[in-house]
Design a protein around this ligand. Structure first.
Ligand code: GDP
Length: 369
């Protein structure tokens, strides 16, 4: 006979199936915890013992409740995004909820950019992309939470824009929000214990609150799953190959019109017309690139995706939506951006097509380099 068990930290129903979900306790730890009557989910356990924040995914419903509460608050909103996955980083519907609250956008994973890329150009692009989806950030900051770059600057921007108010940190999963929160906790000296008592009303989750001054708090919110992130289609190992892990080393290909470049089996670039030119690819250094004739590309893909063209593996392939084609004509040197994967720099006056799994965006921007 099984009895429903609840975490004594956050009240979530205990489960051992989904490590990223609410109330997770590994089966190996469950028995001992029940015996000692110290039943904490993984997230609360880490928080209690290591002062370490780990992210959990929420149902859309719970997340909407939290967004509503943030909209009703008088606060600065810090929206963390992955600079390699802008469209996959946008919280669906966030524009409706922010209300009059200012948004500070934080582009994370800056350490992956080649040194030659001008950071101000990227910030401008983030701002423009935000405007297109109806967000008007008061400022854009670039950080590397993982490498601890730009955190002090970010903290001073937060101090500047919060104007004595609370701060809510929001983001979809995988953008590195937990890594960032943990860096902030490290840098804010004098925090011996995180405050985790008060819940977001109407949801299961406690808030993680970091004191900023005597009265105000920086509040971490749970990450929401964005359905159209490349990350959600892939296994952990494949994700390490598909999404950039180390500073990107540009790869140059001399392409003729009528040639195609496959990015593993996850995306495809067709050089339809244009001068023979050096096409520069900015993706994970280990992502396999495969060149072929455009006229053979469909057949090659149909025959070899999942084997020659990996990732995805044949197993993962079953979960990935079909590739969708987007065509562009360039009026200047441009980057074709595959959200979550990277980008390809193409010359002016070219006609190209970018293909990515349905839901994953392919966009064009002025070349960053
Ligand atoms: P969350 O789901 O938003 O809380 O994201 P995590 O903090 O768990 O990070 C997601 C992934 O991104 C992990 O594999 C991290 O190692 C990685 N990551 C986080 N911050 C950075 C960063 O600044 N640079 C790089 N290269 N990777 C990062």
């Amino acid at each position: 006979e099984t009895e429903a068990l609840y975490c004594i930290g956050c009240g979530s129903l205990i489960q051992s199936d989904n490590p990223d979900g609410l109330g997770y306790v590994p089966t190996s730890a469950l028995k001992k915890q029940v015996e000692t009557k110290e039943l904490y989910c993984k997230r609360c356990f880490r928080l209690r013992h290591y002062n370490e924040v780990s992210d959990v995914s929420l149902t859309d419903d719970d997340f909407l409740k939290i967004l509503t509460q943030i909209g009703d608050a008088d606060a600065l909103i810090v929206n963390v995004i992955d600079i390699f996955d802008f469209s996959g980083s946008i919280i669906p519907g966030i524009q409706r909820y922010v209300g009059k609250n200012p948004i500070l956008m934080v582009g994370n994973k800056e350490d992956l950019l080649p040194k030659s890329l001008k950071r101000t150009k990227l910030k401008d692009w983030i701002r423009q992309s935000a405007n297109i989806v109806g967000l008007r950030p008061v400022d854009v900051a670039l950080v590397s939470a993982g490498k601890n770059h730009g955190i002090a600057t970010l903290l001073s921007l937060i101090e500047k824009y919060r104007e004595g108010r609370d701060v809510y940190v929001v983001g979809v999963t995988n953008v590195g929000k937990s890594t960032l929160i943990n860096q902030i906790i490290k840098q804010q000296t004098g925090i011996s214990e995180l405050i985790t008592t008060s819940r977001f009303p109407g949801t299961t989750l406690d808030k993680i609150e970091i004191p900023l001054d005597d009265e105000h708090l920086l509040i971490d919110t749970p990450g929401i799953i964005h359905q159209h992130q490349m990350a959600h289609f892939l296994s952990g190992k494949e994700l390490n190959i598909a999404s950039p892990q180390k500073e990107i080393k540009p790869r140059v290909y001399q392409l003729n019109a009528g040639q195609t470049l496959f990015l593993g089996g996850l995306a495809r670039f067709d050089y339809i017309s244009g001068e023979k030119d050096g096409i520069v690819v900015y993706t994970d250094n280990n992502l396999m690139l495969h060149r072929t004739k455009l006229e053979n590309a469909d057949t090659l893909y149909a025959k070899h995706v999942g084997e020659l063209l990996q990732p995805p593996s044949e197993e993962t392939l079953k979960k990935i939506p079909e590739l969708v084609r987007f065509e562009f004509k360039t009026a200047q040197k441009s980057d074709l951006v595959f959200s979550g994967l990277g980008w390809i720099t193409i010359p002016t006056g070219a006609v190209v097509a970018g293909w990515a799994p349905k839901g994953v965006s392919v966009t064009i921007r002025r070349a960053m380099i």
